[in-house]
Write a protein that binds this ligand. Sequence first.
Ligand code: CP
Length: 314
Amino acid sequence: MNKVKSINKKDLLGLKDLSLSEIKLILRTARSMKEVAARPIPKVPTLLGKHIITLFYEPSTRTRTSFNMAAKILSANITNVAISSSSVVKGENLIDTIRNLEVMGVDAIIIRHPMAGAPLLASKNSKSSIINAGDGFNEHPTQGLLDIFTMQEKKGNLRGKKVLIVGDISHSRVARSNIWGLTQLGAKVVVVGPPTMIPKGIEKMGVSVSYDLDKEIEDADFINMLRIQKERQGKSLFPSIEEYAKLYGLNSERMKKAKPDIVVMHPGPINRGVEMTSEIADGPYNVILDQVTNGVAVRAALLFLLLGGKSSQD
Ligand code: CP
């Protein structure tokens, strides 16, 4: 397969839209960006003069901060629009907000929105690059990319590796982006959770379904624990938090069943005592803070490639 050196797309709306070679290009570029980010002076002039805006209709710690750091590493200007003190609270709609930001000379708008499809709507109404930083239950593509980058860093080629994605698959944009990317890279993805949290027909995405974490963990290479999103559930999908944690949470007893080199992941923020105990969250198997570190490099790679950069690597 020929290696591509650029992404001929205006936007990143989801991993569903990326080819295998484009995913590999972003991951390769992220490796170079990680080296830049680790320098004593982590700054290159690549995006000097570019203007980037973050427009987050939902809270964020990791995604927004790492996009800011990524932009600054590349010498771009970045402005964070605070929705709570913007004209959105006066009722301005998304398209009007996007159009008004665009005419100020913005090159890229990074958007997080509770509605699936909001970044697509923005993209259709904007000449600026639109980057999806999470839309409803749909996709969180840069989280998927940084998860995959971290997995490759830990275990190399992912072809044939068994990846468990555990929790509320129905409400998880992180799960969807991971699935689109991991299946392209040849990983064996198993979604695990209570039947009420697994959408019907998800097998069509190329994954297996299981309700039995104790069985699946025995030969898993990676386990990605999704956050229980109380804010997105219309009704409770399990009898109690305690019951969920007992059946689908990670604790030291359950970890005894896993391979000694299993890698534990979580996109954050963690509900400690629900998805995993603190012993696991802070323990030797987890790469949760590596995921956060890698978010800067992956997002820098994406900004570089979307805003006109070409890879110089073979
Ligand atoms: N993983 C993730 O999207 O974290 P934030 O909500 O803090 O951005």
